[in-house]
Design a protein around this ligand. Sequence first.
Ligand code: PMT
Length: 432
Amino acid sequence: MTTTSEIAAPETIKTVLLGVTGCIGAYKACEILRGLQKRGVRVKVVMTEHATHFVDPLTFRSLTHEKVAVDLFDDPTDPIHHISLADEADLFLIAPCTANVMAKLAAGIGDDLLTTTALAVTAPVVLAPAANVHMYENPITQRNMNALHDFGFKFVEAGEGYLACGYQGRGRMADPELIVDYVMEQLEGASTAKGQDLNGTPAVLGQDEDGALSASVRDLEGKKVMVTAGPTVEPIDPVRYISNHSSGKFGYAIAAAAAERGAEVTLVSGPVSLDAPAGVNVVRVTTACEMLEAAGKAFADADLAIFAAAVADVRPANPFNRKMKKGTDDAALAAIELVENPDILKTLATAKDQQFVVGFAAETDHVVENATKKLKRKNANLIVANQVGGGRAFGQNDNEIMFVEAGGASEPVSGTKAQLAQVLLDRVAPQL
Ligand code: PMT
């Protein structure tokens, strides 16, 4: 398989101003900070007074070796501290960003160092909200978020999960890793990813004509998108199973990107440890048979169906209902009868109507040849081919893919899975 170079490092050191506001997620800002530093970014920290109750400024000072700004008037050497902080930033990330701070930003209030800096900054501002589910879903908070979105603020939206307050629901700050990836994309500009389109012309990854990131393109508004992701898990007995190494990262990135572009997205997910992407309806399943049933429901009225899941090809015909014991049950374990699982993609695509169907091909060798066979055999419109094995694709944040269509295969395109998700949608959106 032809290889392309990795995403280029930024030519100059960029500065991210990391704003930390007062909520329990503040400790995760340390992880974000380290993640950005590992990617070669200089990080300066500004905190609200409330944030200092959760993490001592000394922690951030030790991690950055730079002064941590908290009070408007605490630096006698710099009488207009909010302006100098704002001017230094290539990007202002506020993570976690409380409902209160979003309300202040939406109203243009600057009553402390962090909010006055946000008013003064001309660089992109990225918010990673965190709040109790009721506070997050409160129409006032939602109105403020919409207003901020319209003002050009960018969001890495909160995910669902168990919240520190004991509630379960949306409001948990997005994973630090996702936030770091998003910030890097903003800093590097999607054009740093390498790739070519089918005709050999350089692909403009994730940017529209105006140079805006395609994450802000709403070209899937009114469209229904179904995505499968993750592995399936086929039980042998209550503790053993057949599965594979799919982490769900690629499928989740595609679902997130489609939702960002305005689609109504259903993500049928095998067991993975990822939070639901913002604005995506996640249907969690375990086995291939369950995935077929859930995917079938979402497929019926989908405009676009993307099958990124790594479905186990076989399952034990008769799973044991008690744990099989080594020594006493060896013969039964050795004689496990396997039956073929349904081919979800093939089953649904064979009966396709309005749906544009994207399948995947995970191949260790003869990638294009095998993907082309899958395109025909499974009746897909497009196959995303990726080479697997040797630590590639499965579980990774980056990937290299080719698009295989009736007319042939594209050049390889490499980038983060989030970037490649946008490239894939750039390719299929005009065909819907
Ligand atoms: O989840 P990640 O860690 O991010 O890794 C991403 C990935 C490697 C899982 C992804 O990029 C990928 O390649 N997904 C498809 C994996 C796979 O099972 O490929 P396949 O070549 O075996 O299957 C071909 C296609 O048929 C796939 O679209 C698959 O979803 C579908 N299929 C396969 C078998 C089956 N029983 N039902 C299916 O629907």
